[in-house]
Write a protein that binds this ligand. Sequence first.
Ligand code: FES
Ligand code: FES
Length: 230
Amino acid sequence: MADQDDLHHSTGSGEPGDDNSASDRESSKGFSRRQFIKGTGLAVSASVFVPDGLLKAAMPEETPGVSGPGEVPVRLRINGREHQLRLEPRVTLLDALRNRLDMTGAKKVCDRATCGACTVIMDGHPVYSCTVLAIDAQGKSIETIEGLAPEGKLHPVSQAFVDNDAQQCGFCTPGFVMAVKAFLDKHPHPTYDEVRASLGGNLCRCGTYMGIRKAALEAAAKMAGKGGRL
Ligand code: FES
Ligand code: FES
């Protein structure tokens, strides 16, 4: 703070209306601070008119390894389909899905890797799509909730959520379904405790955790062709 104040004070003097300012005192010696600043400004302006060749040499148009900040081509493979987009490199996978591809299943809730509502599966791993840049998702296989019901038939995990009343407002549900699917793909015979631990990265503000865990176990059992367990 003290530094800022000091800065303000130093830049504030010499402004119009400052009586007895340093510039007035200096001008009596034949050279004012205002004249000095004007002179420096001219010098800085002059330095802008650098010959074209020199400027290009000093500032290459493209820095190797750096994309953007404007839109760049981005190719995403989502639910087995290729999508060609033009996106600014700062665009997240979640925003690309929702705003550019009209896939609104993944929800934007915290937008900072806290709640899991935006969970999608990338190369077999559940990820928070709000914290993955779309440009970094290129070359990966991305699964979203839309891909779980390609012809209107629910995936066993989605069906188990319905059958176990595993949602209330439903806002967290797509993220949970994707997290459960990713887990069951790798752990087809989980225990209750394993299911509970695996879903630790997803939050349900309505508190439907018991239903969600039951749904996960039932889906696991159905996918394995045997009765559910809890
Ligand atoms: S919206 Fe991505 S983790 Fe909450
Ligand atoms: S069902 Fe409402 S947040 Fe989970």
